[in-house]
Design a protein around this ligand. Structure first.
Ligand code: ZN
Length: 175
């Protein structure tokens, strides 16, 4: 039965939907139907999403910011773990003898091992994109070496004339 005012109409639709929603089979079927329709109307769906994003830009930014604040630890842990995984994968590409260790002092503490440019003159930053380049073979591994963070700093200081340190790895791993 049609409703006179739109609010009643909305409430009625919601009641109908809430009831239907409890039927898992119905939900499954409906989702499948929706997916099929979206698959057939890809361009329209893409355009619709784009328009929605443009129209609700600020709201969406605020939403994702709120989501970040609420899930900060989870998101940061995920990012850190992913970065660590990528870093280790890149290090493995550079380890000719399959050993992950600093080529200078022999440090094997995985947490401090870094991908280092052999030539300091390059201004290129060792970021995730570069690490991925090493992993997928786009970058020449000859340009890089494994250094621990301490030796990496020394490498940097040597290039500006400060080289009066001897760095020694104790051979012990932290607990
Ligand atoms: Zn070192």
């Amino acid at each position: 039965m049609p409703y006179k005012n739109p609010e009643e109409q909305r409430a009625s639709s919601k009641r109908w939907y809430d009831k239907k929603k409890q039927n898992k089979e119905w939900v499954k079927k409906r989702n499948l139907k929706n997916r099929e329709w979206e698959e057939k109307n890809k361009d329209y769906v893409k355009e619709r999403a784009k328009k929605y994003r443009e129209l609700h830009r600020e709201k969406l930014i605020e939403q994702s910011h709120q989501y970040y604040l609420k899930n900060k630890k989870k998101i940061n842990d995920y990012r850190n773990n992913l970065h660590k995984k990528i870093r280790i994968e890149a290090l493995e590409k550079l380890a000719y003898d399959k050993q992950l260790k600093c080529v200078r002092c022999g440090c094997v503490s995985i947490n401090v091992l870094q991908v280092n440019h052999k030539t300091i003159k390059t201004k290129e930053i060792v970021d995730e994109r570069l690490l991925r380049g090493i992993i997928n073979g786009e970058r020449d591994v000859e340009d890089f070496e494994i250094l621990c963070g301490v030796c990496n700093w020394l490498h940097f200081f040597e290039n500006i004339g400060n080289d009066r340190w001897i760095i020694k790895w104790s051979g012990e791993l932290e607990a």
